[in-house]
Design a protein around this ligand. Structure first.
Ligand code: FAD
Ligand code: NAD
Length: 439
């Protein structure tokens, strides 16, 4: 039924898909009173992903890195509607989003920012047997499994193969997600389990399996070598040039890419962190625009973040896109969200002006998106990190392996937190770990 006249809005309908880095930054940066805004996402919270690997071992609490969408959308000056549903399809011709329950939501402008999903590359047995490190609930599941296995292991003879297999924790993928997860698990074993049950800690082994010859490919050789040496020194077993092939029950088979030898490894916990894959709704949108959307790695966009094939009505941001020079990071998604807020504010003025000369001159003020790479940071365990920080296009410094690198890492992430609530809770969690340890 049509809305009563008094509640009908003459504002343009802006529909935003997702409640992640790109969408939430956009919402926080735009004047929300300019558009009739609807946010659609299956997730009712924003997740501060950089500290997700710290959550399974309680270095930070899961709740400290979540922020309710309802709180965030109340902060702007305009009314924002939140629909907690998954978008299933987009019809770019008729400007509709199809959501769960077969409902259609109309838009004038759509912001498509649904992120990515963990990629398993179709390797058999992964979905059935591995855990992931992508969503808040993944941390909750890993925490429960870790506790369960440690408890079960106390009932098995110390040093027995059965107990060692149960306490074998394999992380597949030596990107930053895998490295930080392995580092946090190792911290938990060395700093907590070893305190209350040294025999149990002695039977635990964290393995990090990487298909290439080194981990952390986005850092230079000096930094990743430092990270590798540091992880090994702290007790992580690093398996390089080892491509995971299949998982059956509690056994993973990896292939040595030099010798082609196949090796079976038993595990009590397997964590899969081999990077990003395309979500079904993104693949569907690609199939709707086959002439322009022909790259399976992500949605193709122009320099103004408009979706090729639907310029002017659909913008695509963040991990669901593929664009030269833009990596799938929170940093990129954040800067894209800030940029788009400015573009949409200018578009609002253009749409509400009758003067063609003013329209044309305002349109010219919409510059291309210009990404500024601030560098990369990665926690490597034992209160140490590797940091490659770019202050400006000319000023850059690298810091790794020291306590200072850890403090810089902590400060950088506190600065990156999207609300003061998260910032405060994270800082409290870190102090708590320092004083009373992790639970
Ligand atoms: P996301 O933040 O993933 O948000 C996507 C949103 O879309 C979510 O709310 C999701 O629920 C929603 N959604 C999914 N499907 C649908 C659908 N069908 N309909 C509607 N909504 C949907 N980057 C850094 O720069 N620094 C870091 O330190 C860092 N650490 C990381 C640590 C981990 C463990 C992980 C997994 C990633 C990390 N990243 C980091 C990468 C960063 O998190 C991503 O690049 C970033 O989240 C991308 O933002 P996004 O908005 O594109 O997607
Ligand atoms: P990634 O793509 O960066 O790394 C995945 C790793 O898995 C690669 O090194 C790859 O060689 C390896 N791999 C792939 N298939 C394999 C197989 N079958 N067997 C063994 N190894 C295999 O993935 P990620 O770490 O999840 O990161 C995803 C994105 O999020 C990246 O852009 C990353 O920069 C960003 N991120 C950043 C941070 C940070 O800045 N601290 C933390 C996490 C994620």
């Amino acid at each position: 039924a049509p809305l009563p006249v008094e509640t009908q809005s003459n504002k343009k309908k802006l529909v935003i898909l997702g409640t992640g880095w790109a969408s939430i930054t956009l919402l926080k940066s735009i004047d929300t009173s300019l558009y009739d805004i609807t946010v659609i996402s299956p997730r009712d919270h924003f997740l501060f992903t950089p500290l997700l690997p710290s959550a399974p071992v309680s270095t930070v609490a899961v709740e400290s890195i979540k922020e309710d969408v309802s709180t965030l959308i109340r902060q702007g000056s305009g009314k924002v509607t939140f629909l907690q549903k998954e978008a299933l399809d987009v019809d770019p011709q008729n400007k509709k989003v199809i959501v769960e329950g077969d409902k259609a939501v109309d838009y004038d402008i759509l912001v498509f920012s649904v992120g990515a999903q963990p990629n398993t590359f179709g390797i058999p047995g992964v979905y059935e047997n591995a855990l992931f490190m992508k969503e808040a609930n993944d941390a909750v599941i890993l925490k429960a499994k870790l506790k369960e296995n440690l408890q079960k292991a106390t009932e098995l003879p110390a040093g027995s193969q059965e107990r060692k297999d149960l306490l074998s924790m394999i992380v597949v993928g030596g990107g930053p997600t895998g490295v930080e997860t392995a580092a946090e698990l190792q911290d938990y074993i060395s700093e907590e389990v070893a305190k209350w049950n040294p025999e149990l800690a002695a039977d635990c082994q964290i393995h990090l399996v990487e298909g290439l010859g080194n981990i952390l490919g986005m850092f230079d050789q000096k930094m990743y070598t430092l990270a590798q040496d540091h992880l090994k020194k702290n007790g992580v077993a690093l398996k390089l040039n080892a491509m995971a092939q299949k998982v059956v029950g509690n056994t993973i088979t990896v292939k040595d890419s030099k010798t082609q030898e196949l090796v079976d490894m038993k595990f009590g916990i397997l964590i899969w962190a081999t990077g990003n894959g395309t979500r079904p709704v993104t693949a569907k949108l690609m199939s709707r625009l086959p002439e322009t959307q022909n790259n399976r790695r992500g949605l193709l966009i122009n320099q103004k973040l408009e979706l090729l094939g639907a310029e002017g009505s659909i913008y695509a941001l963040g991990d669901c896109t593929f664009h030269k020079g833009l990596v799938p990071t929170a940093q990129v998604a954040h800067q894209e969200g800030e940029y788009l807020a400015k573009v949409l504010e200018t578009r609002h003025i253009i749409d509400n002006t009758d003067n063609d000369a003013v329209k044309a001159s305002l349109a010219k003020t919409i510059k291309d998106f210009d990404y500024f790479n601030q560098g990369a940071l990665c926690y490597i365990g034992g209160e140490s990190a590797i940091n490659d920080i770019k202050m400006s296009k000319k000023i850059e410094f690298k810091l790794g392996g020291s306590f200072l690198s850890f403090k810089v890492w902590q400060c950088a992430y506190l600065a990156m937190a999207v609300t003061w609530r998260t910032r405060f809770l994270i800082a409290c969690d870190w102090i708590k770990v320092h004083i009373v340890g992790r639970q």
